[in-house]
Design a protein around this ligand. Structure first.
Ligand code: HEC
Length: 323
């Protein structure tokens, strides 16, 4: 059952396709500024991992920070979490939080409803959603995944820790501010989404752009005549690496660019490159890079494919910033 089909959201509703293992979602109503604050100031963006240490209090203006909605980089709308909350009814949703590795309850808005508000129903015909975060994280999620599974924009975390999670980073537990919104997924009933770990869980999201894979990943694409292994590696790189790493200047900005001017297959022995992907703690003490999700089925094959893709890109360089 999809949230969009539900009639009565003002009382307790159940999620999940089977009634048996149904998860309870309780709808709550909020006063205007009580939870999220109404201040207008815009604090400095902080890099992922340094955004907040344990002592830093959560931002008080999370509801006022706006989220830009775009189509192929063209601005369409700008809405604050506060404004969205007035248009889309918030729910209380419990999920298995993949960074805290525990069940956490969030106040959240169904992503489909939010996208309907921002774009009208036509967003469903687009290929992918590019999320940009305050810290340079830039994951791309296929629209298909939003249609097939239940995604939400979390806007608050009830309780006394504010809108934050406690995350392992560089061998330390850090409290991370999630505002203005955090993309979360129903994964208590959905084992597949749960296996995919933190894939598609960006926080500090400030931009939502409807893109095509062609436009987003043109400079990252391997040559058209590449082998099936290289093409599969390209898909895997988009899913698992591009949110943090750029190729030819395109992609996330948390980790280093991986092709221009030098590609790791040119300066690392293959065994060391594999270690980076498989277990970065074998390469650095307290790395910021996480290992490739250990729960992925076919993980060894995916690593082979990513290594093949990077190898192919070494002879396919485009200077960043050139058209
Ligand atoms: C959450 C962000 C993140 C993800 C996801 C990520 N990396 Fe990284 N990566 C980093 C960071 C940050 C570094 C720099 C070293 C460090 O601080 O850990 C790094 C370092 C590297 C390096 C070493 C580069 C050098 O020259 O030292 C390689 C190679 C690499 N990553 C490849 C990958 C591949 C391939 C994937 C996908 C399977 C991936 N990374 C996923 C953040 C990430």
């Amino acid at each position: 059952m999809r949230l969009a089909d539900r009639r009565d959201e003002s009382t307790v509703i159940t999620a999940g396709s089977s009634g048996a293992a149904a998860m309870v979602v309780v709808v709550v109503a909020f006063g205007a500024c009580s939870l999220l604050g109404c201040s207008r100031s815009e604090p400095e963006p902080a890099p992922r991992g340094e955004s907040a240490d344990v002592a830093t209090p959560p931002a008080e203006d999370s509801g006022a920070r706006s989220i830009e909605f775009l189509i192929e980089s063209r601005p369409v709308k700008s809405l604050t979490a506060e404004a969205l909350k007035k248009k889309v009814k918030p729910l209380r949703l419990e999920v298995f939080e993949p960074y805290e590795h525990a069940n956490v309850v969030f106040t959240a808005l169904p992503l489909e409803r939010v996208l309907d508000e921002a774009y009208g129903p036509s967003w469903r015909t687009h290929e992918a959603i590019l999320f940009s975060c305050r810290d340079g994280y830039e994951p791309t999620i296929p629209v298909r995944r939003v249609l097939d599974h239940q995604a939400f924009l979390a806007i608050a975390r009830p309780g006394d820790v504010g809108f934050t999670i406690l995350k392992d980073e560089e061998g330390q537990k850090r409290r991370i501010d999630l505002s203005p919104v955090y993309v979360i997924w129903e994964n208590l009933d959905n084992a597949r989404v749960r296996t995919e770990g933190d894939y598609g869980w960006p926080y500090q999201v400030v931009r939502i752009d409807l893109v095509s894979f062609q436009s987003r990943f043109q400079e990252m694409a391997p040559p058209a005549n590449s082998s099936a292994t290289v093409l599969a590696g390209f898909d895997a790189f988009i899913a698992h690496c591009s949110k943090c790493h750029a190729i030819n200047g395109h992609g996330g900005a948390i980790g280093p660019e991986l092709n221009y001017p030098a590609n790791p297959t040119e300066y690392l022995k293959e065994a060391w490159l594999r270690k980076w992907i498989d277990e970065p703690t074998l390469m650095r003490i307290a790395p910021r890079m996480p290992p490739l999700n250990p729960d992925l089925p076919d993980r060894a094959r995916i690593i082979d494919e990513i290594v093949a893709y990077l190898g192919a890109m070494a002879s396919h360089k485009v200077e960043p910033g050139t058209p």
